[in-house]
Design a protein around this ligand. Structure first.
Ligand code: ARG
Length: 400
């Protein structure tokens, strides 16, 4: 008996995929795996829809804490922003979803694993690379890449088979969300000149209706945020709380043109208030405790890590190696950062750490400072040697 295990979202595409896998691809058994990564979803109707579409089993797996502890934590330690802007919301969730699907497929000895991505996006890469890393040799099926369906065709197909189609008017956008934030594409956003309409946002309010500015103190231990205003929280709790708190100020909205792995540009809208605030705060703490050389190397590697994960290489030797470097730097990254939340902006206004390399006695312009002024003279004499030699040579070579 041939079994296929599907990464199931509960939406129309992957619901129809269950029926296609039986009717068009000839599978006897289809297991739909719904992975909870903190998305805003109704799981009960999604599970019922899966069975209505013909799934032999619909398995709900909660991986929210694993997602926080692994992908979200590592992205925050690395200050990961793809193209300097996008905190990898969707890119981070794919490996954890694919891993859960591959584990179940392996257990069942399934012939194939299946995802609902099209051929135009990045997610197909992320799913397939992760499937292959976790279940080497497995066959991968992408029904929505094999055949392009219009939404109306899908609805008709679902209705014929008694697959319940969501009654509420469907959003004009393509949305993906999880604990870390939300990604919104398509609809009127396809015109890069048009401003994002307010209705496209769900996690953030318009800055115009934000509350009065307020401070929040974020406590870090070994690079990870562990408390908000002194209250200790798990990473998943802290991200959820800060998304709500900073989101109310309209902080964390990203409107960008992004370069996809498959070679096209797309207009993307993201909401990730906690990620942006935490990355700002974490960088500020690193500035206080890491050496100039560590910072220099780390800031150079951070965008490489972000690109690697964006491109689907979560399970790759290079990512493991970069994480090992990051982990060593984070041993001393403990302390507090104060961030002022104001309409549309989060600003770091204070940082402190028992491990600071910042020394007020060296930096101060006040009395009692201990900087070795006399030593500066010799330091500069040596630092200037090469410049002086080059300048003398230039003068010699100048035509008279
Ligand atoms: N472009 C983003 C990425 O590649 C988001 C994709 C999420 N999918 C969606 N249907 N909005 O990570």
């Amino acid at each position: 008996m041939a079994t296929a295990v599907l990464a199931y979202s509960g939406g129309l595409d992957t619901s129809c995929a269950i029926a296609w896998l039986k009717e068009d691809y000839g599978y006897d058994e289809v297991v739909a795996v719904l992975v909870d990564v903190g998305q805003d979803a109704d799981f009960e109707p999604a599970i019922a829809r899966g069975y209505a579409a013909g799934a032999d089993d619909v398995v709900l797996v909660d991986r929210t804490d694993a997602f926080a502890a692994e992908q979200v934590a590592k992205a925050l330690l690395t200050n990961a922003l793809y193209e300097g802007k996008y905190p990898l919301v969707s890119a981070l969730s794919r490996p954890v979803i694919a891993e859960a699907v591959a584990e179940i497929a392996l257990e069942l000895g399934a012939e194939a694993v299946v995802h609902g991505c099209t051929g135009k996006g990045n997610d197909q890469l992320r799913f397939e690379l992760a499937f292959k890393a976790r279940y080497p040799g497995v066959k991968v099926i992408a029904p929505l890449r094999d055949r392009i369906w219009t939404r109306d065709e899908e609805i008709a197909y679902a209705e014929e088979r008694g697959i319940p189609v969501e009654a509420k008017p469907t959003s004009p956008y393509s949305i993906d969300d999880n604990l870390l934030g939300r990604a919104v594409e398509a609809g009127t956003l396809e015109d890069p000149w048009l401003a994002p309409p307010e209705e496209a946002f769900a996690l953030t309010s318009a800055p115009a209706v934000a509350p009065e500015a307020a401070d929040v103190v974020i406590g870090f231990e070994h690079g990870l945020p562990v408390s908000l205003d002194g209250e200790e929280l798990t990473l998943a709790e802290l991200v959820a709380a800060l998304n709500a708190q900073a989101g109310a100020y309209g902080i964390g909205r990203i409107d960008m043109i992004e370069n996809r792995a498959i070679g096209i540009k797309s207009r993307e809208l993201y909401e990730a208030p906690a990620a942006l605030v935490l990355i700002e705060a974490h960088r500020a703490l690193e500035d206080l405790v890491l050496t100039k050389g560590e910072l220099d190397a780390k800031r150079e590697l951070e965008p490489k890590w972000a690109k690697l994960v964006y491109d689907g290489l979560w399970f790759s030797p290079l990512r493991f190696a970069l994480d090992a470097f990051v982990a060593v730097t984070q041993e001393v990254v403990t302390g507090d950062v104060r961030v002022t939340l104001a309409p549309g902006a989060a600003t770091v206004t204070g940082r402190r750490s028992p491990n600071a390399l910042y020394a007020e006695t060296l930096a101060s312009y006040g009395v009692g400072e201990t900087f070795p002024h006399a030593a500066a003279e010799g330091f500069i004499a040596i630092a200037a040697l090469e410049t002086e030699l080059a300048a003398a040579r230039a003068r010699k070579l100048q035509p008279a």
